[in-house]
Structure formats: C-alpha cells, structure tokens
Design a protein around this ligand. Structure first.
Ligand code: PMP
Length: 422
C-alpha cells in the first residue's frame, strides 16, 4: 500500500529502486536509539520520531512512570480542579527557563502551543500583526500555517490569518523594517530552523530581543524542535543568552509516549491572559494537562538529568559534525555538515570537477533531490541507519537522533556516510 503513495511522487524508476532495496521491511521493535526489523536486524535511529524520542524509544523509566501513575488511580481531567502533576511538571520546566519566564501553559502539541502563543500575543499587546521567518515551520493548522515560511505548505488553503508577514531568517534590517512603526504583536522564530538546519548568526537572536523590546513586540521562541537538549543546551536560546517573552515546546517533552505541548511565558502575559478568564477562556483544550502527559514529562526530565543527555548531545553531536566535515574534504559531493548538538544537516552540492558535475546534473535532471535519495537509501539498506532528506533544495540529509548516542554509534554514523558517499 505504501508504494501506491510513492508512485504518486516518484517516477517509476525510483519505485523500482525502492522495491529492490527492500522497502517492504517494517520495524517491529524499538529500544533506545535502535530499531529492529522483522528479522531482528538492528538499525540506528537518526530521526527519533522527528525529535520526540530524545531519551530514546521505550525508555524504561518513562514506561514505569506511566504504569505507576495509572496504578495510583489519580483523578484525571477533573477540569475544574487543580492538576497536581501539571503543577509539578510546570515547576520542573520553569527551573530550566530564563529568569523572566515564570509561568506555564500546557496543551497537546507543538502546533497548539504556537496557536496559543499567537492568541496570547494578540490579547496581551492588543495588536494583530505577527512576523515570522522564511523557511520557518511552526505547524499546519490555520494559525500556525499562516506563519509557515514555505509556500508549498500554504498553497491552496487561503485566505490565511490576516496580518502575518515573513522576513528572511538572519536578516535584521528586514526585521527592523517589519517591526518599526508597524504595531506588531509578535515575532516568532525557531532559534535554529528545523527545515534544513539553518543556524542563526552570532548576533541575530540578541538583536531580535533588542528590536522586539524597542518596538513593543513580543519575542516568541519556537523551541518545539530545538528544546530539551536537542542543540546541546537545554534550550537553544541559551547558546545566545536571550530572553524571549514566550517559549513554545512539545515533541520530546513526554518521552515520545503521549502528545504534549506547552508555552512558557512571562508573568505579565499570564496575568493579562488570566484577567480575561472571568469572561471567557483565552485558550484551552480538553486533554491538556492529562496525567499521562504530565507523568511522562516528569519522568523524561528526570532521565535527561540522570543520564546527562544535554551534555551528551553537545559532546557527541559536535564530534559527529566535526567528523562529517572532515569527510567534506574527501568528497566533492559533500558540501558541509552543520548543526548544533544533535540537530545536524549534511548538505550536498554539485562538484566542481567536470565528470562528477555531469553525474550530478544527470541525477538532478532525473529527479529533483535524487542525489540525496541515493545517499539515504543505501544508509537505510546497507548501513542500517534511518534518516531523512530535508531542506529546501532537497539536497540535505538531516539527523535528529536520540540524545543518548554513544561513541560507538558516532563512529557507525561517520563510517556509514563515508562508505555510502564513496
Ligand atoms: N514548531 C516546530 C519548530 C516544529 O518543528 C514542529 C513540528 N515539526 C511544530 C512546531 C509542530 O509541532 P507538532 O507536530 O507537535 O504539532
């Protein structure tokens, strides 16, 4: 059935390639950073469910916490009562956020966190406009879609939210132009852009913070992907020591078991939002703060601290980036490896030498992005690594692994790329 889908997107030749390399395999078991197929072959998982399994799949501590919470027969979703577990999780999260962030709101996904942030920003500032970045990604519901920096996602769904406009990432002049005198409610930005793993210039986020303050615009950091150790700090914003007004989070927060999302914010935003509560709810949803999500969240934070996963992400991640960059000197096709911690992109390019250039052109002509498919499929098949093609030109292979990779896994990755590109 899967192939019916592929047929729509790839040419027949590509489908034949996929079939011959055994795309009929399925993963029947998973533990930590490994997936196992029906014949018990082991694969290194470098996608971790698009970043949700930061602690690895089926972590025993998270499983125990979920089982034990169920056995306690706690009241769950007593909507008009206080949820104790959500208070505990909020407290733990707020220990990790910058000093200006003291309040927590929970929901069920990253997209919903972004939706909430849009509403909080509009309500708090009494302004309407939202500025976002080209190539940014914040989700696909109508509000979040209105902030999506890729036309391909937006096309055909208009009219989207009025008052939303984009600026290029890393372009402070464009940002100031978009904010100055324009009464903008919020600027939302991923500290490191997920699509293609685009890194901010050293002064970008500090200047974003300054400009937002200057023009009365709220600075919203979307850390749905970059948060919880992904970039080698607990929050990516720590790399640049900035203080946003809101931080959106989700993905890794519940160890991958239960959908969860949240917005951490300043006291001022929470106060404004809750002042309205005597009249109507500003935002909420039935399953927000459910016990399973909160218990999984508490266990996940415990595992992250206990296993020093943030530190491991920084150390092993930078080793992988350095080793893959060393390969760039060896292969003309390989442009660079870049990233922070365990958020890594390997970018390919058309080589300078004539014969290889012709090969590249042929592959590109045959199917846009085929070169990266040519890299990822053998990685999957021969080197037993699960990864994906990502980025605007589809010339990027992206790694978003569990944060518990070992030195042995690191060597496996580097050798796998080396052999595949060779
Ligand atoms: N923001 C960012 C930066 C993301 O990477 C994602 C998910 N890829 C989202 C928002 C949406 O999160 P979710 O899929 O949990 O709704």
């Amino acid at each position: 059935d899967k192939f019916d889908l592929y047929e729509q997107h790839l040419n027949q030749q590509m489908v034949r390639v996929l079939k011959t390399i055994g795309y009929d395999r399925h993963y029947k078991r998973a533990l930590g950073q490994y997936l196992y197929d029906q014949d018990d072959n082991e694969y290194l998982d470098l996608l971790s469910g698009f970043g949700v399994f930061a602690v690895g799949r089926n972590h025993p501590t998270v499983i125990s916490a979920l089982k034990e919470t169920l056995m306690l027969e706690l009241p769950n979703l007593v909507q008009l009562d206080v949820s104790v577990l959500s208070g505990l999780l909020a407290q733990e999260i707020l220990k990790t956020t910058p000093d200006n962030i003291t309040k927590m709101f929970f929901c069920n996904s990253g997209t919903e966190a972004v939706e909430a942030a849009i509403k909080f920003a509009r309500y708090t500032t009494k302004r309407q406009k939202i500025v976002f970045c080209e190539h940014g990604y914040h989700g696909l519901t109508m509000g979040a879609l209105s902030l999506n920096g890729e036309e391909i996602f937006r096309e055909g769904f208009g009219p989207l939210l009025p008052g939303c406009s984009s600026v290029p990432f890393n372009d402070l002049i464009a940002l100031e132009k978009a904010l100055a005198g324009k009464e903008v409610a919020a600027f939302i930005v991923e500290p490191v852009q997920g699509k293609g793993v685009n890194l901010p210039d050293a002064n970008y986020l500090p200047e974003v913070e300054r400009l937002c303050k200057q023009y009365g615009t709220l600075f919203v950091a979307d850390e749905v992907q970059t948060g919880l150790g992904r970039t080698g700090k607990f929050w990516a914003i720590e790399h640049w020591n900035v203080q946003p007004d809101m931080i959106c989070m989700a993905k890794a927060l519940s160890g991958g078991f239960v959908p969860v999302g949240g917005v951490a914010m300043t006291q001022k935003i929470m106060d404004t939002v809750y002042n309205r509560m005597d009249r109507a709810v500003v935002h909420g949803s039935t399953f927000a703060k459910n016990n399973m999500a909160m218990a999984a969240g508490l266990a996940t934070l415990h595992v992250m601290a206990d296993e020093k996963l943030v530190e491991n992400s920084a150390k092993i991640g930078s080793d992988i980036i350095a080793s893959l960059n060393a390969l760039a000197g060896k292969y003309e096709f390989l442009k660079e490896a870049r990233g922070l911690g365990m958020m890594i992109a390997i970018e390919f390019q058309s080589p300078k030498s004539l014969s290889l250039k012709a090969a590249w052109a042929m592959l590109e002509a045959a199917n846009k992005g085929l070169f990266c498919q040519m890299v990822t499929i053998p990685l999957f098949k021969d080197q037993r690594i699960l990864t994906q093609v990502a980025g605007h030109g589809m010339n990027v292979v992206k790694l978003l692994p569990p944060l518990n990779l070992t030195a042995k896994d690191r060597d496996h990755i580097v050798q796998a790329f080396d052999k595949t590109i060779a």
